[in-house]
Design a protein around this ligand. Structure first.
Ligand code: ATP
Ligand code: ATP
Ligand code: MG
Ligand code: MG
Ligand code: MG
Ligand code: MG
Length: 267
């Protein structure tokens, strides 16, 4: 009801437009996934089916929201990057974030049975939280990505060692925790190699480095042919594209099977 006497309550709304010209990162994270992964008996430390599901849901989000140029995920989290010139929802933080969270969650639930055909979902259903952060330079955005990838590495090295001690070394969880207290990376590598013959560097890259999805761009030729599916590439995604135009946008590639290049090494 426009212009009613109640209209004034709109003035209570706070503006949450994000700084123009900055990269917008929306990071989502599974709520209580430590419990959730136990309930659905995820393989520890890494259940590949669950990573495939996260990647498939993220791909669906990118297809739905063409303003997203890049996404990086590991474990139960995904970071989505909106182009710095994005004007979607007038850059309102709550609209951007809630749209990503609900689109991701809906697709995660919808696609669940394709990855976990033998474990039907039942309440309490998976849910995700989200936050928006602006990064005012390409360098800050690169450092953000590196930060998440380092986090993936540190957690995965810890988890790989912990679960080797528990599953292969027959240790109690508390004993393994105690043993790992105060250890640095080289200690964990040593434990894995000397006790279990595991060379951490030979673990699948998708576990060690996470996954990246990015939109591929090409210059619009004089006559625009039908868009083709972008080939996967292990090169780092460029950060300085002009604002994407509908005519030069390529569809997303298939969910990433191949793991990401080392984001820290990107130029
Ligand atoms: P919060 O609600 O605060 O995020 P959380 O229990 O989800 O709590 P996280 O720090 O997000 O805490 O941890 C995610 C948990 O989910 C970790 O225990 C991680 O090992 C587990 N997990 C996520 N993905 C996988 C996977 N593919 N395979 C096995 N375990 C996974
Ligand atoms: P936006 O993304 O900006 O919200 P919108 O198309 O969702 O765009 P709304 O103002 O939210 O715009 O309008 C919701 C639309 O959905 C209206 O057209 C409304 O008639 C329709 N709609 C919602 N619920 C029902 C319903 N139960 N039965 C029929 N139509 C419905
Ligand atoms: Mg969280
Ligand atoms: Mg979580
Ligand atoms: Mg997490
Ligand atoms: Mg609506």
């Amino acid at each position: 009801m426009a212009n009613s006497k109640y209209e004034y309550v709109r003035d209570f709304e706070e503006t949450d437009r994000l700084l123009p010209g900055t990269w917008i990162v929306v990071r989502i994270d599974g709520r209580g996934f430590t419990k959730f992964t136990t309930r659905y008996q995820f393989e520890k430390p890494n259940d590949r089916r669950a990573l495939d599901l996260m990647n498939a849901a993220a791909e669906a989000v990118m297809k739905d929201l063409p303003d997203i140029v890049l996404a990086y995920g590991d474990s139960d989290e995904f970071s989505f990057v909106f182009h710095k010139n994005c004007t979607l929802f007038e850059r309102r933080a709550s609209k951007l974030m809630t749209t990503i969270v609900s689109t991701f969650t809906a697709n995660y639930t919808f696609l669940w049975s394709t990855c976990f055909p033998d474990s039907p979902l039942a309440p309490p259903l998976p849910s995700f939280d989200g936050r928006c952060v602006c990064y005012p330079s390409d360098q800050y955005l690169r450092d953000y990505m590196s930060w998440r990838q380092v986090d993936c590495h540190i957690n995965n090295l810890y988890n790989t060692t912990f679960w080797a001690l528990v599953n292969k070394g027959n240790m109690q969880a508390r004993e393994a925790e105690e043993l790992l207290k105060g250890t640095v990376s080289s200690d964990k590598n040593e434990i894995l190699f000397s006790r279990f013959g595991i060379n951490y560097n030979n673990e699948p890259e998708i576990f060690r480095k996470g996954s990246v999805l990015y939109r591929d761009f090409f210059e619009a030729p004089a006559q625009v042919p039908a868009p083709s599916v972008a080939e996967e590439s292990t090169t780092s995604p460029p950060l300085s594209h002009p604002r994407p135009q509908r005519t030069i946008r390529r569809p997303m590639s298939q969910p990433i099977e191949r793991p990401v290049p080392d984001l820290r090494a990107s130029p």
